[in-house]
Write a protein that binds this ligand. Structure first.
Ligand SMILES: [Zn+2]
Length: 208
């Protein structure tokens, strides 16, 4: 027997979330229907969608676009720290070790989960760098397999664009396999100080 149509649509909506399959979507949908507090979800989603936007510069989620960090004249616009998710910006800001700007990719390459490079905000970063005024891009993706693959993807995209920019990887001091969001201040200081330059070699098949 099929579910009532409105319920079927709710399940289908949950199913579009990353990593959520049919069974989990059903469980979530039934939870929303049965649990009164869960019904606030609809209002919360509506408000979040209405009152936040993606910053046109750094792609972070913010109340306004461009966001506070991108319009702050005290921050160095020539250095861009590239992170996977908004949470990473928050953590690095709390460590107070970085005074440049950010770029949020909104995810990492994870072929196993079917996350594709097109879903990441790599193109807006390349466009930012190509507009000029950027001397260094620091890749601060997580020091795990997905983060490394993502860093490589960004490096290749910058190389293919012909951008003249120094690309570094926040490396030393970052425990392998860890996530940026769990690291503390001293670790970031070491990682920033010890960042290594990556070579922007243009691949022969990258085109003109
Ligand atoms: Zn911004």
């Amino acid at each position: 027997m099929a579910y009532p149509e409105p319920l079927e649509r709710l399940i289908a909506s949950f199913e579009r979330f990353p990593g959520v399959g049919r069974r989990t979507a059903e469980r979530l949908a039934f939870h929303v229907l049965r649990d009164p507090p869960a019904r606030e979800l609809a209002a919360a989603i509506e408000r979040a969608v209405r009152d936040t936007r993606l910053c046109s510069e750094c792609c972070n989620v913010a109340r306004h676009s461009p966001c506070e960090l991108c319009v702050d004249p005290k921050r160095d616009a020539s250095v861009i720290c590239v992170v996977e998710q908004p949470k990473d910006v928050e953590v690095i800001e709390r460590a107070r070790v970085f005074r440049g700007r950010y770029h949020v990719l909104m995810g990492a390459l994870n072929p196993a989960e079917g996350s594709e490079s097109e879903q990441l905000f790599v193109a807006p970063l390349v466009a930012r760098v190509r507009r000029g005024g950027v001397s260094e891009v620091i890749l601060a993706t997580d020091p795990d397999a997905e983060g490394e693959a993502t860093a490589r993807l960004v490096l290749e995209a910058l190389a293919a664009s012909g951008a003249q920019v120094r690309v570094t990887r926040m490396a030393r001091g970052l425990p392998a396999g860890s996530a940026i969001e769990y690291l503390h201040r001293g670790v970031f200081e070491d990682a920033l100080d010890g960042r290594v330059e990556l070579r922007l070699s243009r691949r022969p098949d990258a085109g003109a």
